[in-house]
Unconditional design. Sequence first.
Length: 265
Amino acid sequence: MSSGYSSLDDDLEECFFTAKSTFFRNLPSKVPSKNVCKPLEEEEEEEVKPRAPTLQEIKQKIDSYNAKEKNCLGMKLGDDGTYTGFIKVHLKLRRPVTVPAGVRPQSVYDALKEVNPADITDKRTSFYLPLDAIKQLHISSTTTVSEVIQGLLKKFMVVDNPQKFALFKQIRKDGQVLFQKLSIADCPLYLRLLAGPDTDVLSFVLKENETGEVEWDAFSIPELQNFLIILDKEENEKIQQVHKKYSKFRQKLQKSLKDAQGQPG
């Protein structure tokens, strides 16, 4: 889509940042000469970068934001022109994450502590984060998307490569929920300030960074082995559910046949 948005049911347009896709991207086949001038039409069509807001404009936006914020989670302007505030990130991860073995992460609904490096081992295990869990972060206006992702993974003690994840902004338009992937250099708090405190207008979502096809080369051998264990467990559970379902169905049929014996017609 030209707008960069994708609907809730569409496949994400961005891909995994693996070694293959990140460091070996195809370079342009032709590089324009330095002495060649662009046509006037092209110069006119170039997008003009938005002007950075002044300190007074930022102060006015913060005052307006705080007047609308009802949960005592307003923004605070510093003397150097930067400001701090809160964002909420919805975790919508469909695959398990990897954590050090023997280290049980705290619940996403509890206050999370920093990871003790002494607890990190070579042994790893995988588990699913609760679907649609929400984590509130206190960040500054200079905090980037990349730093938000790394901070979330650190708080949950996730040792997966941060490039396997992406932060999206979610908006509602014409009755649809739309997602747009944010650049790792974007600053979420600035987007929050522009949109206001209403999460129905704008919210942030952490998802897997994928196109729909899983890049299995991006995972380590222990991670893949853990995935197989999880898949085997899920398969056995599904088999048991199917056996139980048809066992009940068989019992009903046998009961119906027994009741029908000796009856005319």
